[in-house]
Design a protein around this ligand. Sequence first.
Ligand code: G1P
Length: 293
Amino acid sequence: MKKNIKPKIAVFPVAGMGTRFLPATKASPKEMLPIVDKPLIQYAVEEAIDAGIEIMVFITGRNKTSIQNHFDKAYEIETELERKKKMKELDLIKNIIPSNIKCIYIRQHQPLGLGHAVLCAKPAVGDNPFAVILADDMILSSEEGCLSQMVNKYEVINSSILAVEKVKTENLNKYGVIDGHKNKDNDWELVNIVEKPNKEDAPSDMGVVGRYILKPSIFDILEDTVQGLGGEIQLTDAIARQIDIEKVYAYEFKGKRFDCGNKLDFLKASIEYGLNHEELSKELKNYLKSLDI
Ligand code: G1P
């Protein structure tokens, strides 16, 4: 079967205020909150690199310079680590971004919603398919990362794809919820998508998680998408219109997803990533077993 062009660009909307995590996010971005020893945004970028992405486009806002600094060279600390011959630590910070990867930073001047943030990436993305990764959705998978799984699909279907998972009825109002039918490959062919519906109005129990591969036609649609839920320009509303002009699919990824914008999920992610961490796993397991709860 003929393979289609893989997306090479990923967009990371990181301009949000992180109000669910105050006061931790008063002066530093939520994307810099660490799970074990890496900030959320680094996990997201690593997932993109593993999926073959070469250009990272960050849509930033106020108080987000630490994200730029994190992916930049840090002369002082690198010189200091070199002087102290701390090569392991030096390696950890030097190789966060391999040399073939480019980072682009675009400022979203007003918090007008996820759709608007994605539209801000248009000058960097142009007429190419691209991924969108929401860093506070962390996906732990034992084999390929979620975005790699989606890129493999994209190569075959050459259409927009959204990652979805089954969501409890009482939580459907926190997600974009799809309407569609499953095809022979077990993917959903969408007929509609609704942003954060009441449970009575939800067209299914499949919610969108923060991984998308989008065809560039979404930009023209976003340009004349009006404010939707919460007065924001919703990516979901633009996708609903993209469905009218071309095929859009949803893919049930393999892996476990944590909403790290939520305190309980953040703690769960910390524990699960800790249990998978080669230096911490054994002792953490023993500690958890020792808790009298
Ligand atoms: C956004 C999207 C929503 C999607 C969710 C996934 O909502 O608007 O459709 O289901 O991300 O995390 P947010 O969580 O930014 O409110």
